[in-house]
Design a protein around this ligand. Sequence first.
Ligand code: FES
Ligand code: MG
Length: 585
Amino acid sequence: DNKETGAIGKQTGDGDQEKLRGAKYFQDPGFWGFIHRSFTKSMGYTDEDLRKPVIGIANTFSELNKCHSNFNELVDYVKRGVWQAGGLPMEFPTISIGEPYVKPTTMLLRNLMAMDTEEMIKAHPLDGVVLVGGCDKTVPAQLMAAISANVPAIVLTGGPMLNGRLNGQSLGACTDCYKYTLEHKAGNITDKELSTAEDAICRSDGHCMVMGTASTMASIAEALGMALPGCAAIPAPDSRRKHMAERTGKQIVEVVRQNIRPRDVITPKSIENAIRVTMASGGSTNAIIHLVAIAGRLGYKLELETFDKLAADTPFLLNLKPSGKYMMEEYFEAGGVPSLMKELESKLHTDCLTVTGGTVADNLRGVYTINSDVIASLDRPLAEQGGIAVLRGNLSPNGALIKQTAVSPHLKKHRGKAVVFHSPADLEARIDDPDLDVDENSVLVLINAGPKGAPAMPEIGQIPIPQKLLLKGVRDMVRISDARISGTSYGALIVHTAPEAAIGGPLALVRDGDEIELDIEERKLQLHVDDSTLELRRKDWKPAEPAYDRGYGLLFLEHVLQADEGCDFDFLLPKELREARKKGG
Ligand code: FES
Ligand code: MG
């Protein structure tokens, strides 16, 4: 009898009623029930509260993470919704990762955050959880954790910043951060102008407001069905984000009642929906690593070819920086992710279940696009194909990525001589050297910047244009690395080259002056050096000193998977997938 015990039955579909996780703690008749009730009541909760389903709220507020500066307020609205729906909200912290500060790179900590989040959910009496994330690595970490913990969950993202404004123009973080620093370096703007732009570009709470990694992952959370429709694009300071927070709080109680689990929502089909939304949005290349890691937690290897195949069949629709013109604020006003998904509806798996309790088709009923200059229609797309292409060849036997929508047209097919930088430090030391043997046709190659190399694959694949070429007006060149790029980058940047140089991948064998050929249409990345020469070079190759000899860094180096496998830790994959990997070599 639910009324008497206060426990809401967990519907498993066959009439089987099981007590909720919270009820096991608070309604235990013995010693531990006494402890749990007594200690919890000391915080001001009553017996009545302890009979409600317990909803954890992972609050990743941190003053070290600008993108989450509004989270304490947002969490208050989530709590309001949870109380209204008859739940007991309990806020808890996990680590929080913000792009601008974390050294050597946030990617080092994504898996740590996923572990932290998963273990916090599993260790506590939570019947459901609202995962509040925003900055690039936080939402993927939370999605990975949600799958592994498989306790009912909804993602609430914190929202993008309002558009930066300067001299009547819109500025986007951080696409325009690059532009300003580049023009400053080229001598075209003054120190004062640079400082004014700094003040103007990030003018509110929220994460980066171009279609960078944060906006891409927020869109993916929605496309997967793990966030409520419309959540991704509402600007952080907009009152409607507070409404969204309250609705999310109400809905998680419903998700608990209906016993909808992350693995009911995140499936191979909903992952395909998320890939299509990413491609139609000109989303970040980082999303590929994160989606492969998410699929890995479900127990399957998502092949890079799946991205290429879906990209080829998904038109590019969203006119947002860095590939287009507008930003998240206009996307929100144009209808946001629901409108984009409506345009794509004929290509989506619309039978996927979502945290609304309905399917994608249910959620899209009655949705339309308000501004087709921002969200183009399927029959009049911005480009016939989605953003990201997978390149193969003797330089990238396990794949490399290029965001083709952000490449200067004259570089889409290119052949040039390599200028090799052997590490991030080597790049920094020599790139602006006036004596560097480089011209606009050169191919800049950065090695030892991959998962184990740099380590943790920092976002330095946007190799700077050498200053002497900048001064000549060069703004794009073909650049290749085993690093990542920020989702806000633009240019002919080939990244995620696998296997990486630090484990002896072919990138380690490139020498200055070697010819490299890029052909995006043919999906080709070829080093024009014969195999016997490459074999000789391979004999000379020696691995570099590992970056860590203890602690979490050592754990990372020993267990991180390559880019094409999502950079998760091998031991975090489900057992079946670990065994399949072993058999596959
Ligand atoms: Fe957090 Fe860009 S720095 S989203
Ligand atoms: Mg608070």
